[in-house]
Design a protein around this ligand. Sequence first.
Ligand SMILES: [Fe+2]
Length: 188
Amino acid sequence: MGAMTNSQPLLHQHGREIQQFGTVRQLPLGLSHDARLYSAQRLNQVLANTQILYALYKKHHWLMRGATFYQLHLLLDKHAEEQEALIDKVAERVQTLGGVAVGDPRHVAEITAVPRPPDGVEEVPAMLSRLLEAHEIILTDSRDAAGRVADLGDDGTNDLLVSDVIRTNELQVWFLAEHLVETPLVRA
Ligand SMILES: [Fe+2]
């Protein structure tokens, strides 16, 4: 039996890196190298923060407790799913610009600006506050990035940041923040 009839997969292959992180390939988008490089870098920061926020939502979805456990358990999972959709959109925008999207969680951890939570469980209001702070980091950074990429002519990235990242995060902030309002449960 010769090599032509051998269907054994070629396993354990290794090769050199063919594109380094922080570089952009040339694609015919009508955008300059510098504009694509800048957008990819800003998007990777948003991407890292969003991956951490997604993970924080899942963590707190699991660790939630108390009288409103079920409602918050479901809400945090819904927000996690919406953040997960953003992760894919932002990552694929980086690729669309010719860049390399940050993917490995250990690389994400090196890039993110969102503080690391304790490995254990915080009080419920502290968990919700922590999520709000992560949202605000993403919102502040995304608004600044949206303005700058628009100045460089990258309207597609501006639109993604404004229409998807900023609007989704703003809405989630509202839904979360309402759970930190002290309202009487029974007596007005
Ligand atoms: Fe779950």
